[in-house]
Design a protein around this ligand. Structure first.
Ligand SMILES: Cc1ncc(C[n+]2csc(CCOP(=O)(O)OP(=O)(O)O)c2C)c(N)n1
Length: 915
């Protein structure tokens, strides 16, 4: 009986009723044949996808069951979304997938695909279009990119000259009546005829391997549907004890479904999911840290609970995958001794990301759609398939009738496909078309998959508060698993009773595994929890810096000199902070072939402060490029590029503008190691221009002095160089740390010091520094979390702990104090995270009097952390703080009222000494 709230019991009862009502087929069909004339799936394939759907459904029921006695911690289900099994089947197991939290069936299919023996012929060999842009030389690409609005991209080799890329060449655009006239088309049975020119390369590749007997069927044009007699084990630790398989002699084409073994990969997938539900430390990706769909060997990248936050990353991955493909195509097969291409994804991979209908409204989603479309408009290729699983609801809020289709159809540069997720055959056909289109054209598309949501948003959700009983019942009637069962019975492939037996058998197996994983260990200590958070291997980082120096001084010396226009920076200078960062970025691009520098205005203009001047000319648009104006997307590009094996160095133009995109750093970048136990990483060095004291320029937004939002991001490295020589060394450290340990680093550059030359008096040039020659990089290496100490006068009376602009102000103040006979030691933290605690304690103890000079705000500012670190370490001396006022920074001279001044520093020191 269906109540006003759909409980697991209701859904289960209803499913049983509907299967019991199905008559036995009059005639049995051959499972090796298509389920219907012209259908893209055979009966056997449909039976297998049914298994995946049922496994997913039984996982949902098990999740509620585990919760009922307090041993399960996750009840958001996939029920109603099991049509996504078809999407997985249409893809290749090597296509990176960033999945919606309702992806149980997708995950089961992906696991089964991946379990295919290696001997199986690869499906759908790469035959991306060899369009004009593949052959574009750098200069042409650069011109094209410039023409397109200054935006090259990670795939910046592509020109805008693509013969297929334009209004006139959008495949089937005007054939199907859904064309928007801007490169966005509509496809799918519900929208119009498919474009014959979009035939998947899969056909070609399968035909190209005659005689190969795949364990997974390859006659479907897209990915691999797990075959009925597919692998029953994957070498992992579980196998479902299914009923005895039918004789494999092929004589009996009407084998009843209960005689099919359940692929062991489904059991493995079920175990993964159940381990997540019970927070087992043996869960394969997050190790009990979260319930996510993810496994590195399945190319399933875990996503966070923040809806749509994975979409900007998916776009970045698309760009990077395409860039690396082109790079590899250009350089040809690896020569002996040549390092392998760093990309972890197949060259012709496409990226898939799925999400709900309410999520399309989120700023992160609109940013991702826009960025994909923007790049597409410039002629750059982004092979991303967006999949919107539309159940019509976001928890309790309805998507307005027709809104999702209207919104998704009208995304410029993104081709639209639509399918009914309750019809597995149709969904598969359209998903294959969509995936093939993206793979062939290397362009973005969205698949709008209509679904229902069964059993509410999550376990505790009382749907009756916002939905009528009739509405809930209508959704149950559209249960996609029951729909697949009907299809199987109609096609003569099984009876309802047989399918019900299958459902129960899988249910029994899932419960058995659930009981097994209940006993598995949980994370048992803080150390265990944080182990994968941010690995630090300082010796390896130091060695990487030394190696880069040796390369630049030795075999790379000639190229380096040429890159610097004949005069290496150590022979030029002395440099300002900005010049030093510029030279270090140049050296970084030379040392790290996978490094790319990008952001707003950084290429053609060279940055609003000239820090990146000349880099594009030195390295070309593929490695140094302007992005569109959206910080979320800039970081998303970095997230995806890092995951694809690159070393991204995005720039955020002003600290104030990091905040609107901060989740991409906090929720996405910094958490990847944590939620994947280090199996996946997104190394990144985010350059941020910030902090105050830009006298006479701007108000708060160009003088933002708040870093509180960064300081508590677990594992994040925050560097604040004050001096030109430190800046170069610290940037080398950050790049090496990102490359070696996968670190996510914020390199916060004090704008006011960019062009500062003097320290004490006009013209003294004491804030300039020479640039280290590469042979000296190892000796001058600055490890993460090590401070610099300056002794002024006797250095015995007071310890001034500071960073950034505070260093220069404190040195000037210390000089004035020295004239009064007060000796100071000025400690430049250099790293705000992790704080150089050992250095702090040593220097504090040396005088017993600590003055913290903190240019950020009093509340939540860096000084709070410094004082707390001293207290935690048992420091018992005197301590004071001077800090910014808890205010936004006002315009003009009024800024001085809220910022730390040199006078405040000298006053603070005198007060300390007077105690
Ligand atoms: C940025 C963000 N805001 C709010 C939430 C809380 N939340 C979780 S799921 C959800 C609804 C999402 O609806 P939809 O995208 O349609 O996916 P569905 O759950 O319907 O499959 C909300 C609001 C969240 N996870 N992330």
């Amino acid at each position: 009986m269906l109540s006003d709230v759909t409980t697991p019991q209701d859904l289960d009862d209803r499913f049983r009723e509907s299967l019991a009502a199905l008559a036995a087929p009059q005639q049995r069909a051959d499972p090796a044949r298509p389920v219907a004339d012209g259908a893209p799936l055979t009966g056997a394939q449909l039976l297998d996808l049914f298994d995946a759907q049922v496994t997913s459904r039984q996982l949902d029921l098990a999740g509620r069951w585990l919760r009922s006695f307090g041993e399960g911690y996750y009840t958001i289900s996939s029920a109603g979304h099991e049509g996504n099994a078809a999407v997985a089947a249409a893809l290749r197991p090597t296509d990176p997938a960033l999945l919606h939290y309702r992806s149980g069936a997708f995950y089961c299919v992906r696991a089964a695909q991946s379990a295919a023996p290696a001997a199986v012929a690869p499906v759908a060999a790469p035959v991306p279009d060899q369009t004009a842009d593949d052959h574009a030389d750098g200069a042409a690409a650069e011109r094209a990119a410039d023409h397109a609005g200054g935006g090259a991209g990670i795939g910046g080799e592509a020109g805008a000259s693509d013969s297929e890329h334009g209004d006139s060449a959008v495949p089937a655009a005007s054939d199907n009546g859904g064309e928007n006239g801007d490169g966005t088309g509509t496809s799918g049975p519900s929208a119009g005829a498919p474009d014959p020119s979009d035939e998947s390369p899969a056909h070609e590749s399968t035909a190209a391997h005659p005689g190969v007997e795949p364990a997974f069927s390859t006659d479907a044009p897209g990915g691999r549907v797990p075959a009925a007699n597919g692998p029953t084990g994957t070498g992992r630790d579980v196998e479902m004890a299914g009923p005895t398989p039918a004789d494999g002699d092929g004589v009996d084409p009407v084998a009843a479904p209960e005689s099919r073994p359940l692929p062991g990969a489904y059991a493995d997938a079920a175990r993964d999911v159940l381990r997540g539900m019970v927070a087992s430390s043996q869960e394969p990706i997050a190790g009990g840290r979260h319930k996510v769909f993810g496994r590195a060997d399945l190319a399933v990248v875990p996503t966070t609970s923040t809806i749509a936050s994975h979409l900007p990353r998916a776009v970045g991955m698309g760009l990077a995958v395409e860039r690396l493909r082109r790079q590899e195509a250009r350089r040809g097969p690896a020569q002996p001794g040549e390092p392998p291409a760093p990309a972890p994804w197949a060259a012709d991979a496409i990226v898939v990301c799925s999400f709900g209908d309410a999520s399309i409204n989120h700023a992160s989603a609109t940013a991702a759609f826009n960025t994909a479309g923007w790049y597409d408009h410039t002629g750059l290729r982004i092979p991303v398939l967006f999949v919107c699983e539309d159940n019509g609801l976001g928890i309790s809020v309805r998507s307005p009738q027709g809104w999702v289709a209207t919104a998704l159809r009208s995304k410029p540069g993104i081709r639209y496909f639509a399918a009914d997720g309750a019809d597995l055959v149709e969904a598969y056909q359209v998903a294959v078309e969509a995936a093939a289109w993206v793979r062939r054209h290397r362009r973005p598309a969205v698949l709008h998959l209509t679904t229902v949501r069964l059993m509410g948003h999550a376990g505790a959700d009382a749907e009756s508060a916002y939905r009528s009983a009739g509405e809930i019942a209508a959704d149950v009637l559209r249960d996609p698993v029951a729909a697949t069962a009907r299809r199987l019975v109609d096609a003569g492939l099984a009876s309802g009773a047989e399918l019900l037996e299958r459902y129960d058998e899988i249910g029994w197996q899932v419960r058995r595994i659930a009981e097994e994983v209940l006993d598995e260990p949980k994370l048992a200590s803080p150390a265990e929890v944080i182990a994968p958070l941010a690995p630090r291997r300082p010796l390896r980082v130091a060695r990487a810096v030394a190696d880069a120096g040796a390369q630049a001084a030795g075999p790379g010396a000639a190229a380096r000199t040429e890159t610097f226009g004949g005069k290496p920076p150590e022979l030029a200078g002395p440099f300002t902070l900005a010049q030093s960062i510029n030279a270090a970025l140049t050296d970084g691009l030379l040392s790290h072939p996978q490094m790319a520098v990008f952001g707003e205005d950084i290429a053609a203009k060279g940055g609003v402060y000239g820090v990146t001047k000349g880099l594009r000319d030195r390295f070309g648009v593929a490695r140094v490029f302007d992005t569109l104006l959206d910080e979320t997307s800039i970081l998303g590009l970095g997230l995806g590029a890092g995951l694809a094996g690159m070393l991204p160095v995005p720039e955020i133009q002003y600290l104030a503008y990091l905040h609107n995109a901060e989740d991409q750093l906090r929720g996405e970048a910094a958490s990847m190691g944590f939620f994947s136990q280090g199996a996946l990483r997104n190394p990144m060095v985010v350059r941020v221009a910030g902090l105050a004291y830009q006298e006479g320029f701007g108000g708060h937004f160009h003088n933002d002095n708040s870093v509180a939002v960064l300081r508590d991001v677990p594992g994040l490295v925050i560097a604040v160089p004050a001096r030109p020589d430190d800046a170069a060394a610290m940037l080398r450290t950050c790049l090496a740390s990102a490359a070696v340990d996968g670190s996510v680093c914020v390199f916060l550059e004090p704008i006011a010091l960019y062009h500062t030359r003097d320290l004490y008096t006009d013209g003294d040039g004491e804030w300039l520094a020479g640039y280290s020659e590469p042979g000296a990089w190892a000796g001058g290496h600055v490890p993460v979390g090590r401070a610099r100490v300056y002794g002024v006068g006797s250095a015995e009376d007071v310890t001034i702990i500071t960073f950034g602009n505070g260093v220069r102000m404190s040195l000037r103040a210390a000089s004035a104090l020295a004239d009064e006979g007060i000796g100071s030691r000025v400690v430049d933290l250099r790293w705000l995270a992790p704080l150089p605690v050992a250095d702090l304690i040593r220097e504090a103890a040396a005088t017993g009097r600590v003055l913290v000079v903190d240019e950020t705000r009093r509340s939540g500012g860096v000084g709070e952390g410094v004082i707390a670190a001293l207290v935690d370490a048992g420091y018992v001396g005197a301590a004071r703080r001077v800090a910014g006022v808890d205010s936004f920074v006002p315009l003009g001279p009024a800024a001085r009222h809220v910022l730390v001044s040199e006078e405040a520093i000298t006053e603070g020191a005198r007060t300390l000494l007077a105690r």
